[in-house]
Write a protein of this length. Structure first.
Length: 380
């Protein structure tokens, strides 16, 4: 399992490490905020389009070769900018990284499900999410240190070595998991499966968690600066959010497997805590920011392993790659849609109203989850 956790760390570290350092260190490449936005969107855009494609490919030929191919491609795309070091090749490298992550991210999730019994999915996905959270946390911090020491090329070089090392590790340690025989699937069959309440509920919760996480990371520092807080305090808010999410994911996964937590109640509680965290972020000063960060981290930490475990348990094993790819698409849409919604409202009113507008649908989702029962693993 460790190479799969390392793959999760790699995609998270690569995404946030570069994104956090593009604006001030990409010499000659970032000439305006519009160009910066394009470079940031390029990675996520590739993931939105390609994750379902590579998830389906993993079901067809096996998740392991797609995982290995994605990691090798990630290393190659990272090395491309190290060699070329020009604005045009930066765009190509970033696009290549996003496309490669689209391959190995859902494949790793599918392998986590295939290589663990259903009774251990909570722990497995909790650990997988923990190491991704570590990547999200260390990306901006360690990435900043690397860029300070050797520029953006050093960061890309480290990512190239990391991708290659994880690829070799996975090739040696991840067992061959052959694709399972499957019945012919029509477009209508796929539509029915993706419209199933179990899939929609879990994916919607994952999208909501990712939206809140992105908003917290992106906008809590803005609130801190508006309140006159320094960079240490605003940075602490992001660290508290990521740290709480990382710790809670493992605990939530163990609680699910041990029967101390059900999927329905856990997702509902996670959505409610996340909504309360966004509401706390509306309060002025350091207390509101830190409380909001902690609660958003706890809420998203509850949702992530339970959502993926529910998807794994409700999906035919021969379609795990396709399901994980579609679920990752939902997360990417939340990752992009949450900040866009909050930014749009904040531009018309204030950031306080932006937090409120996102908290309302997430809180409504918690109420629905508590009110309506649906078949799910561990549900009473």
């Amino acid at each position: 399992m460790w190479p799969l956790y390392a793959a999760g760390f790699t995609t998270a570290f690569g995404a946030h490490g570069i994104a956090a350092n593009l604006g001030g260190h990409a010499r000659g490449a970032v000439t305006s905020l519009l160009v910066l936005g394009g470079l940031l969107a390029l990675y996520d855009g590739a993931e939105v389009i390609l994750k379902p494609v590579f998830g389906t490919l993993a079901d067809r030929i096996g998740a392991r070769p797609v995982l290995l191919g994605g990691l090798v491609a990630f290393a190659a795309a990272s090395a491309l900018y190290v060699v070329a070091d020009s604005p045009g090749w930066l765009w190509a490298a970033r696009l290549g990284q996003g496309a490669a992550a689209s391959a190995f991210s859902p494949s790793a999730s599918a392998l986590v499900a295939r290589l663990n019994p259903a009774t251990g999915h909570g722990r497995a996905f909790g650990s997988y999410g923990f190491y991704k959270s570590i990547g999200y946390t260390l990306g901006p911090l360690l990435g900043g240190v690397l860029v300070w020491a050797g520029g953006l090329r050093l960061l890309f070089a480290v990512l190239a070595v990391l991708g290659a090392a994880v690829a070799v590790w996975a090739a040696l340690a991840v067992p061959v998991v052959p694709p399972l025989p499957k019945a012919r699937q029509t477009v209508l069959d796929l539509a029915r499966r993706l419209a199933d309440p179990a899939f929609l509920a879990s994916t919607s919760a994952l999208a909501a968690a990712t939206a809140a996480l992105s908003v917290g990371v992106g906008f809590l520092p803005v609130s801190g600066r508006a309140a006159g807080l320094g960079t240490v305090a605003t940075g602490a808010a992001v660290s508290v959010l990521a740290g709480c999410a990382a710790v809670v994911q493992q605990r939530a996964g163990r609680a699910l497997d041990d029967g101390r937590l059900t999927t329905r109640s856990g997702l509902a509680a996670g959505l409610l805590v996340t909504a309360v965290g966004l509401a706390c972020a509306m309060l002025p000063g350091l207390t509101g920011i830190l409380t909001g960060a902690a609660l958003i981290g706890i809420g998203t930490g509850l949702i992530t392993p339970l959502g993926f475990a529910a998807l794994a348990s409700s999906t035919p094993r021969e379609r795990l790659g396709q399901t994980m790819g579609a679920a990752e698409l939902g997360r990417e849409l939340g990752d992009a849609g949450g900040p866009l919604l909050v930014a749009a409202v904040a531009s018309l009113a204030t950031l306080t109203y932006g937090f409120a507008v996102l908290a309302i649908p997430i809180g409504a989702g918690a109420v629905l989850a508590f009110t309506f029962r649906r078949p799910a693993r561990g549900a009473p």
